[in-house]
Design a protein around this ligand. Structure first.
Ligand SMILES: [Zn+2]
Length: 142
């Protein structure tokens, strides 16, 4: 939203709003990524624990997996489902992180020149960098 009372230029305000939005998306995706990793890891560890029940038997028994239990099927289903979510969120995270860094670098290039409408010495640049830093966006390190 354009704040008419701010001395920061319109384009910089737009970029600021966009980068805050991207950061929010990125943080949400990161949380979803961790959650889907946990949802993957727990049933996966179960499978590792009872690995021998997942080994097919080609002798005697008419069943290919004579030792497998219903809970093992559930663990398998959960592992596959969680792995799909993990893949999906990771891809989206990488994409959002890429956009976020591109915009962050673009803002870093912009703050080297004019970012405000002041005509005399001012602290807009410092204030802007500090404000963004407080919001978790580093404009100093590439
Ligand atoms: Zn200024």
């Amino acid at each position: 939203m354009y704040d008419i009372t701010s001395k920061i230029s319109f384009i910089m305000q737009k970029k600021k709003d966009k980068i805050l939005e991207l950061k929010n998306d990125k943080d949400k995706l990161k949380r979803k990524m961790y959650l889907s990793f946990l949802s993957f890891a727990i049933p996966f560890l179960w499978i590792i624990q009872y690995m021998e029940r997942f080994i097919p038997s080609f002798t005697g028994s008419s069943k290919l997996f004579p030792d497998i239990k219903p809970i093992d099927y559930i663990a398998l289903l959960l592992t596959v489902t969680a792995a799909m979510f993990l893949y999906f969120y990771t891809q989206r995270y990488i994409k959002t992180k890429g956009k976020f860094d591109t915009l962050r670098h673009s803002i870093m290039d912009d703050i080297g020149s004019m970012i405000c409408n002041c005509h005399e010495q001012c602290t807009c640049r410092e204030d802007f960098i500090k404000e963004m830093d407080e919001k978790g966006i580093d404009l100093i390190m590439r």
